[in-house]
Design a protein around this ligand. Structure first.
Ligand SMILES: Nc1ncnc2c1ncn2[C@@H]1O[C@H](COP(=O)(O)OP(=O)(O)OP(=O)(O)O)[C@@H](O)[C@H]1O
Length: 828
């Protein structure tokens, strides 16, 4: 699109000179930083403090390099001429002429307060701006300029849109299968959201294509820049699927941000990657809050269960099975009460339980001993009385000035004290029968073990889930093994929270990490040893000549293995492994993120919210979504209902109202569905018009072939553009195979390549994505699920240019508004 205010060639030349100077400055800084980094990597050893400082310097330097690399494309994209005569260039990063800052910045970072007018100034509210200039570059070359003079006398066009020419050029551009940042054309309502200083939960509601994902990602970059302390805790971005995360994966690195972890909820339990398929009804049930109670009950029923009689313990009636004397139900229940009263998680409270049980047993044993001693004492006293020795001793004591009453105590010393109790307890713990009984009474549990055993045992499940009916419990029941589903992940997390650190697992993890590092280190040592032995002759000669110390046998040289074993090398390696915040956070279930961003937030189950809230105890969150696009178990809901259990009413709502993706003609069709889905909801306003969407009717039997033919034809019309064929989730395999037969290279399956020219997706996979052209097949099939209207709404709003629908039978609601095509060839 040509600029609205064409500028002279020499004006472009002047901007080129400035932009070239900026690139020279970046090259200079980049070279210097690379040299510093190389020098740092050559350093080794030193104190722990020195290593820590090196790690910090490494993180700082590589972060700076990443930012400069990322700024290569579109380094400078704007200029503000202010009414006071000053001028600022706006770009991806901030640059100054000299490290001490110089007077004015060469380039203002888009996130800095000084850049804000670039996004929000309008002729009606110019914010001190006289002219806003968009500088369009290709590589390092300035190719165009687009000026807006913000003079209220010149009000024309859509005064809500900043840099309309540049914006329309961006939204009309062909799609690549990867999302790009929109830093050069952010709009005022988006800018307000991404710069929001709200510290708690910010909800961003907006219809399809309003830039919610774009805003969420730019907000992550903004927060990391404006609240530097966040970098230490990292930012988590949660998306609905791995396909979606691949789609958005380049945006933040493109903005120079690497401290962000992108993840689905299913990937947030370290050590488990969901690989189990299960019925939608099972997943929906697992997402319900009632599962939190079920898991809590499952943990409780593993704490001194009432059937301890079978656990090699004595019964309360005193009958003795000879295994663990005194371990009766009273003792267990009292100890369990004490352990629970601590409020500690199960595995940690186990220590209290064990201490209490063994303490009580030890005390009982001690009391028995004491009673024995008392009896002995009484017998001795009787003997003494008979011999009247006592009286004689009392007489002697009285004569010597002693206390005759103390005779009894002094004569028979205390038999047991706390030290004795401790000794008895240690002896008890050494008893295999006691240990077995304790393990059965209060076992150390892992989350996987707890859930696997719970789901595999209908009796356990019935006792833990009295609130679920039999058919619901049947949905949960399964044989042990067979992996975990995405809906299991929040349940594992819930269990982990209630179980606490599990000693065995922690020990096993440490041992595994140590073994891995040692194996790696051993390989390094072996390789270096090989290298030394490989050139034995030469080395020996040289070694002898240069006086290298002899060490083993006839070998003259000293190899690393002679001075360092694998364990030590592993420890060194640990110190030099530079893990980013995102990597460390991904490996740690208990990591507390500084900020959490959730995209398609309307999709998350109640159990998933519990998991996310644990990852963000500070509740600093940005949640973006569209209630009308909800495929959640409960259908279209409200943000209040979703958030109230976690944050009460402490959240703020922001709205986005402009659709940058879908042309008005397509949005008009989708609005018909919106009226059914969420009556009264205002559809977003499209920034442009385009091609009217069309529909074509076929028979059920002919649908696959006609779809394939249409896909092939549409792909031909698109040229370099991207086409998505969106089908009902359960028909993905069948219809993808049909399309692939007539469009070679069409991508589909669990991990489709979105950069392929044609891709076939189920509706669930298409969430959050967009394509130049979309063909929706079998809308009635899409509508046939419990959240069918939302799904169809999603499918109809993925296109940036063209939309066609292939249906059988009468056209479903909304689709009937589309232009009816009679045959495959009559393309609009
Ligand atoms: N200010 C902008 N300038 C240029 N393009 C923009 C702008 N805002 C959004 N877009 C583009 O509009 C398209 C839709 O944006 P995005 O995917 O963020 O919308 P969304 O609200 O998340 O949509 P949905 O809910 O339907 O998935 C993207 O191609 C995005 O790059």
């Amino acid at each position: 699109m040509p600029p609205r205010n064409p500028v002279r060639r020499d004006e472009i030349g002047r901007e080129q000179a400035y932009v070239s100077m900026l690139y020279r400055r970046v090259d200079e800084l980049r070279a210097r930083t690379s040299a510093e980094l190389a020098a740092l990597l050559r350093e080794s050893g030193g104190t722990a403090q020195a290593r820590t400082e090196r790690d910090a310097a490494h993180a700082r330097l590589s972060g700076a390099l990443a930012r400069w690399e990322a700024a290569e494309n579109g380094l400078c994209f704007g200029r503000l001429d202010l009414r006071d005569g000053s001028r600022y260039y706006i770009g991806r990063i901030g640059l100054r002429a000299a490290p001490d800052g110089g007077r004015d910045p060469l380039l203002v970072d888009w996130r800095a307060p000084a850049a804000r007018p670039f996004y929000v100034a309008t002729p009606a509210a110019p914010e001190g701006v006289r002219r806003r200039r968009h500088i369009v570059t290709r590589g390092r070359k300035v190719v165009d300029l687009d000026d807006e003079v913000l003079d209220s006398a010149l009000l024309d066009g859509d005064e809500d849109l900043a840099g309309e020419g540049a914006l329309l050029a961006a939204v009309n551009a062909g799609r690549t299968g990867r999302m790009h940042d929109v830093v050069a054309t952010l709009q005022a309502e988006q800018d307000a959201v991404l710069r929001s200083d709200h510290r708690g939960v910010l909800v961003v509601q907006g219809g399809p294509g309003t830039g919610k994902t774009a805003v969420a990602l730019h907000r992550a970059a903004y927060l990391l820049h404006s609240r530097p302390h966040l970098a230490a805790r990292g930012v988590l971005v949660v998306g609905p699927s791995t396909i979606f995360l691949t789609y958005i994966g380049q945006v933040l690195p493109g903005l120079g941000e690497t401290g962000v972890l992108l993840s689905t909820v299913g990937e947030l339990f370290p050590g488990v990657l969901p690989d189990r398929a299960e019925p939608a009804a099972t997943s929906a049930l697992k997402g319900r809050i009632v599962l939190a109670e079920v898991i809590a009950a499952a943990v409780r029923q593993r704490q001194a269960p009432p059937d301890t009689g079978t656990l090699r313990a004595r019964d309360g009636d005193g009958s003795d099975d000879g295994d663990v004397p005194g371990l009766d139900r009273d003792v267990c229940e009292r100890a369990a009460r004490q352990a629970r009263a601590t409020g500690l998680p199960h595995n940690e409270a186990r220590q209290v339980f064990v201490r209490e049980v063994t303490g009580q047993l030890a005390r009982r044993l001690a009391e028995q001993t004491r009673r024995l001693a008392d009896r002995l004492e009484e017998e001795v006293a009787d003997v003494l009385a008979e011999a009247d020795i006592d009286r004689a001793v009392r007489g002697d004591l009285a004569r010597l000035g002693g206390d005759p009453e103390g005779v009894r105590e002094a004569a028979v010393p205390e038999v047991v004290d706390e030290a004795d109790v401790a000794t008895v307890r240690r002896e008890l713990l050494a008893e295999p029968a006691v240990r077995t009984a304790l393990d059965a009474l209060w076992p150390e549990l892992t989350p996987r073990q707890l859930l696997a055993e719970l789901f595999a045992d209908p009796d356990l499940l019935a006792r833990a889930a009295p609130g679920l009916d039999e058919s619901e419990r049947a949905l949960l029941t399964r044989a042990p093994g067979g992996g975990w589903s995405p809906a299991d992940i929040p349940l594992l997390d819930e269990a982990a929270e209630l179980l606490g650190v599990d000693g065995q697992a922690a020990r096993a993890r440490t041992a595994r990490a140590y073994a891995r590092e040692s194996a790696y280190a051993q390989e390094v040592l072996d390789l270096t040893a090989d290298a030394y032995s490989g050139d034995d002759g030469d080395t020996c000669g040289a070694g002898g000549a240069s006086g290298t110390r002899g060490t083993t046998g006839t070998r003259e040289t000293l190899t690393p293995a002679d001075v360092l074993d694998a364990g030590h090398l592993a420890a060194r390696h640990r110190h030099t492994a530079h893990r980013t915040v995102a990597e460390r956070a991904a490996a740690d279930r208990t990591w507390a993120f500084g900020h959490v961003i959730v995209d398609e937030a309307q999709e998350l189950s109640q159990m998933a919210w519990r998991l996310l809230m644990r990852r963000c105890p500070g509740r600093s969150m940005t949640l973006v979504g569209d209630m009308a696009q909800s495929a959640g178990a409960e259908g279209v809901g409200s943000w209040d209902r979703l958030l109230r259990p976690h944050v009460g009413d402490r959240w703020r709502l922001a709205q986005l109202t402009v659709n940058y993706r879908t042309p008005a003609e397509i949005m008009d069709v989708a609005s018909g569905l919106l009226a059914t889905l969420a009556p009264g909801t205002e559809p977003p306003r499209s920034v442009r018009t385009g091609v009217p969407p069309w529909r074509l009717r076929t028979t059920g039997g002919a649908l696959p072939t006609r779809l394939a033919r249409l896909a092939s034809r549409e792909a031909g019309l698109l040229g370099e553009g991207r086409l998505a064929v969106i089908v009902p989730d359960r028909r993905t395999g069948e219809l993808a195979a049909a399309v692939a037969r007539s469009v070679p290279g069409a991508s589909f399956g669990a991990h489709p390549d979105l950069t392929a020219r044609v891709v076939v997706l189920g509706v669930a996979q298409a969430k959050g994505l967009e394509f130049d052209s979309v063909l929706v097949a079998d809308p009635a099939g899409i509508l046939a699920t419990p959240h069918g209207h939302s799904d169809l709404y999603v499918a109809l709003t993925r296109a940036t240019q063209r939309l066609g629908v292939l249906h059988t039978g009468p056209p479903p609601v909304a689709v009937d508004r589309m232009t009816h095509r009679r045959d495959d060839e009559a393309a609009p």
